[in-house]
Design a protein around this ligand. Structure first.
Ligand SMILES: NC(=O)c1ccc[n+]([C@@H]2O[C@H](COP(=O)([O-])OP(=O)(O)OC[C@H]3O[C@@H](n4cnc5c(N)ncnc54)[C@H](OP(=O)(O)O)[C@@H]3O)[C@@H](O)[C@H]2O)c1
Length: 162
Protein backbone atom coordinates (compact mmCIF):
# COMPACT_ATOMS: atom_id res chain seq x y z
CA UNK A 1 0.00 0.00 0.00
CA UNK A 2 3.09 2.29 -0.02
CA UNK A 3 1.98 3.48 -3.46
CA UNK A 4 -1.31 4.74 -2.04
CA UNK A 5 -0.25 7.30 0.54
CA UNK A 6 1.54 9.80 -1.78
CA UNK A 7 -1.47 9.95 -4.12
CA UNK A 8 -3.74 12.16 -2.04
CA UNK A 9 -3.74 14.05 1.20
CA UNK A 10 -6.44 12.62 3.52
CA UNK A 11 -7.64 16.09 4.46
CA UNK A 12 -8.12 17.11 0.78
CA UNK A 13 -10.05 13.94 0.01
CA UNK A 14 -13.69 13.05 0.64
CA UNK A 15 -12.59 10.95 3.64
CA UNK A 16 -13.33 13.38 6.52
CA UNK A 17 -16.96 13.91 5.47
CA UNK A 18 -17.33 10.21 4.55
CA UNK A 19 -16.06 8.80 7.85
CA UNK A 20 -18.14 11.29 9.87
CA UNK A 21 -21.25 9.54 8.48
CA UNK A 22 -20.02 5.98 9.21
CA UNK A 23 -21.55 4.32 12.29
CA UNK A 24 -20.10 0.80 11.94
CA UNK A 25 -17.50 -0.87 9.71
CA UNK A 26 -16.39 -4.33 8.64
CA UNK A 27 -13.25 -5.76 7.05
CA UNK A 28 -11.65 -9.09 6.23
CA UNK A 29 -8.66 -10.47 8.07
CA UNK A 30 -6.08 -9.59 5.35
CA UNK A 31 -7.01 -5.93 5.60
CA UNK A 32 -7.01 -6.12 9.41
CA UNK A 33 -3.62 -7.85 9.57
CA UNK A 34 -2.15 -5.28 7.17
CA UNK A 35 -3.34 -2.58 9.56
CA UNK A 36 -1.82 -4.41 12.53
CA UNK A 37 1.52 -4.81 10.72
CA UNK A 38 1.52 -1.15 9.65
CA UNK A 39 0.14 0.36 12.85
CA UNK A 40 3.12 2.72 13.18
CA UNK A 41 2.60 4.13 9.66
CA UNK A 42 -1.13 4.48 10.30
CA UNK A 43 -0.40 6.32 13.54
CA UNK A 44 1.91 8.71 11.65
CA UNK A 45 -0.90 9.40 9.12
CA UNK A 46 -3.88 9.51 11.45
CA UNK A 47 -2.51 10.00 14.98
CA UNK A 48 -3.73 6.62 16.27
CA UNK A 49 -2.65 2.95 16.01
CA UNK A 50 -6.27 2.06 15.17
CA UNK A 51 -7.79 4.87 13.14
CA UNK A 52 -11.50 4.19 13.78
CA UNK A 53 -13.72 5.29 16.67
CA UNK A 54 -16.71 3.35 15.28
CA UNK A 55 -17.35 -0.27 16.32
CA UNK A 56 -15.61 -2.62 13.87
CA UNK A 57 -16.28 -6.22 12.82
CA UNK A 58 -13.35 -8.29 11.50
CA UNK A 59 -14.22 -11.43 9.51
CA UNK A 60 -11.89 -14.37 10.14
CA UNK A 61 -12.02 -18.13 10.66
CA UNK A 62 -8.86 -17.87 12.79
CA UNK A 63 -8.08 -16.53 16.28
CA UNK A 64 -6.53 -13.09 15.87
CA UNK A 65 -5.21 -10.69 18.50
CA UNK A 66 -7.11 -7.46 19.08
CA UNK A 67 -5.47 -4.05 19.09
CA UNK A 68 -5.55 -2.55 22.58
CA UNK A 69 -8.20 0.13 22.95
CA UNK A 70 -9.86 -0.68 19.61
CA UNK A 71 -13.59 -1.49 19.51
CA UNK A 72 -13.36 -4.74 17.48
CA UNK A 73 -15.39 -7.96 17.27
CA UNK A 74 -14.11 -11.03 15.40
CA UNK A 75 -16.82 -12.85 13.42
CA UNK A 76 -17.14 -15.52 10.74
CA UNK A 77 -19.54 -17.00 8.23
CA UNK A 78 -22.86 -15.58 7.08
CA UNK A 79 -22.91 -11.79 6.78
CA UNK A 80 -26.67 -11.50 7.60
CA UNK A 81 -26.47 -11.72 11.44
CA UNK A 82 -23.37 -9.52 11.45
CA UNK A 83 -25.20 -6.96 9.36
CA UNK A 84 -28.05 -6.93 11.91
CA UNK A 85 -25.60 -6.21 14.74
CA UNK A 86 -23.91 -3.52 12.64
CA UNK A 87 -27.26 -1.94 11.73
CA UNK A 88 -28.19 -1.73 15.44
CA UNK A 89 -24.82 -0.18 16.33
CA UNK A 90 -24.79 2.30 13.43
CA UNK A 91 -28.24 3.77 14.15
CA UNK A 92 -29.05 6.20 11.34
CA UNK A 93 -25.44 6.31 10.11
CA UNK A 94 -23.87 4.31 7.28
CA UNK A 95 -22.27 0.87 7.40
CA UNK A 96 -18.89 0.77 5.64
CA UNK A 97 -17.51 -2.48 4.22
CA UNK A 98 -13.85 -1.44 4.15
CA UNK A 99 -12.78 -4.47 2.09
CA UNK A 100 -11.44 -6.56 0.59
CA UNK A 101 -13.54 -6.90 -2.51
CA UNK A 102 -14.80 -10.41 -1.80
CA UNK A 103 -16.22 -9.37 1.59
CA UNK A 104 -18.04 -6.49 -0.15
CA UNK A 105 -19.18 -9.18 -2.62
CA UNK A 106 -20.58 -11.32 0.22
CA UNK A 107 -22.70 -8.36 1.37
CA UNK A 108 -23.76 -7.84 -2.27
CA UNK A 109 -24.73 -11.53 -2.60
CA UNK A 110 -26.94 -11.02 0.46
CA UNK A 111 -28.61 -7.95 -1.10
CA UNK A 112 -27.08 -5.69 1.55
CA UNK A 113 -24.88 -3.40 -0.56
CA UNK A 114 -26.37 -0.01 -1.53
CA UNK A 115 -23.41 1.90 -2.89
CA UNK A 116 -19.93 1.28 -4.29
CA UNK A 117 -17.37 4.05 -3.73
CA UNK A 118 -14.30 3.45 -5.89
CA UNK A 119 -11.18 5.58 -5.74
CA UNK A 120 -8.76 5.19 -8.66
CA UNK A 121 -5.15 6.22 -8.08
CA UNK A 122 -2.96 7.47 -10.96
CA UNK A 123 -0.49 4.60 -10.79
CA UNK A 124 -0.47 1.05 -12.18
CA UNK A 125 0.77 -1.99 -10.28
CA UNK A 126 0.93 -4.60 -13.03
CA UNK A 127 -0.91 -7.23 -11.02
CA UNK A 128 -3.19 -7.53 -8.05
CA UNK A 129 -6.48 -8.67 -6.57
CA UNK A 130 -9.80 -8.01 -8.21
CA UNK A 131 -11.56 -4.88 -6.98
CA UNK A 132 -14.99 -6.58 -6.76
CA UNK A 133 -14.93 -10.26 -7.73
CA UNK A 134 -18.54 -10.50 -8.83
CA UNK A 135 -20.38 -10.20 -12.18
CA UNK A 136 -22.73 -7.23 -12.00
CA UNK A 137 -24.33 -6.97 -15.44
CA UNK A 138 -27.95 -6.00 -14.96
CA UNK A 139 -29.17 -3.76 -13.54
CA UNK A 140 -25.97 -1.85 -14.23
CA UNK A 141 -24.25 0.10 -11.48
CA UNK A 142 -25.64 3.64 -11.72
CA UNK A 143 -22.93 6.32 -11.65
CA UNK A 144 -24.05 9.02 -9.20
CA UNK A 145 -20.92 11.17 -8.78
CA UNK A 146 -17.40 11.80 -10.04
CA UNK A 147 -14.95 13.77 -7.91
CA UNK A 148 -11.37 14.63 -8.79
CA UNK A 149 -8.97 14.77 -5.84
CA UNK A 150 -5.82 16.52 -7.07
CA UNK A 151 -3.84 15.05 -9.99
CA UNK A 152 -3.50 11.65 -8.36
CA UNK A 153 -6.98 10.38 -7.55
CA UNK A 154 -10.56 10.24 -8.78
CA UNK A 155 -13.56 8.99 -6.84
CA UNK A 156 -16.54 7.33 -8.52
CA UNK A 157 -19.75 6.60 -6.66
CA UNK A 158 -22.23 4.03 -7.92
CA UNK A 159 -25.67 3.12 -6.68
CA UNK A 160 -26.15 -0.66 -6.61
CA UNK A 161 -29.43 -1.72 -8.25
CA UNK A 162 -31.62 -4.21 -6.38
N1 LIG B 1 -7.49 0.56 -0.76
C1 LIG B 1 -8.41 0.23 0.10
O1 LIG B 1 -9.23 1.03 0.47
C2 LIG B 1 -8.44 -1.16 0.62
C3 LIG B 1 -9.44 -1.52 1.49
C4 LIG B 1 -9.46 -2.80 1.94
C5 LIG B 1 -8.52 -3.70 1.52
N2 LIG B 1 -7.55 -3.32 0.70
C6 LIG B 1 -6.53 -4.27 0.25
O2 LIG B 1 -7.19 -5.31 -0.39
C7 LIG B 1 -6.58 -6.53 -0.04
C8 LIG B 1 -7.61 -7.32 0.70
O3 LIG B 1 -7.23 -8.57 0.79
P1 LIG B 1 -8.25 -9.76 0.62
O4 LIG B 1 -8.85 -9.71 -0.72
O5 LIG B 1 -7.53 -10.97 1.05
O6 LIG B 1 -9.47 -9.42 1.56
P2 LIG B 1 -9.87 -9.33 3.10
O7 LIG B 1 -11.35 -9.25 3.01
O8 LIG B 1 -9.18 -8.25 3.83
O9 LIG B 1 -9.43 -10.71 3.79
C9 LIG B 1 -9.89 -11.93 3.31
C10 LIG B 1 -9.90 -12.94 4.43
O10 LIG B 1 -10.89 -12.59 5.42
C11 LIG B 1 -11.44 -13.79 5.98
N3 LIG B 1 -12.87 -13.81 5.64
C12 LIG B 1 -13.51 -13.18 4.62
N4 LIG B 1 -14.82 -13.43 4.67
C13 LIG B 1 -15.02 -14.25 5.73
C14 LIG B 1 -16.18 -14.86 6.29
N5 LIG B 1 -17.42 -14.67 5.79
N6 LIG B 1 -16.00 -15.62 7.40
C15 LIG B 1 -14.77 -15.81 7.94
N7 LIG B 1 -13.66 -15.26 7.44
C16 LIG B 1 -13.78 -14.50 6.34
C17 LIG B 1 -10.69 -14.95 5.32
O11 LIG B 1 -9.49 -15.20 6.03
P3 LIG B 1 -9.26 -16.13 7.33
O12 LIG B 1 -10.53 -16.87 7.59
O13 LIG B 1 -8.11 -17.00 7.00
O14 LIG B 1 -8.92 -15.15 8.44
C18 LIG B 1 -10.28 -14.34 3.99
O15 LIG B 1 -9.19 -15.00 3.38
C19 LIG B 1 -5.38 -6.22 0.82
O16 LIG B 1 -4.24 -6.12 0.00
C20 LIG B 1 -5.76 -4.85 1.39
O17 LIG B 1 -4.64 -4.09 1.75
C21 LIG B 1 -7.51 -2.06 0.22
Amino acid sequence: MEWLFPLANLEDSSYPEFIAEVGALAMGSSTYEWMVRNAAKIAAETGSLWPYTQPAWVFTSRTLSAIEGADIRFVKGDVHPVHEEMRAAAGTKNIWIVGGGDLAGQFHDAGLLDELIVQIGSVTLGRGKQLFPRRVLSPILRLTSVRQMGAGMVELRYEVGK
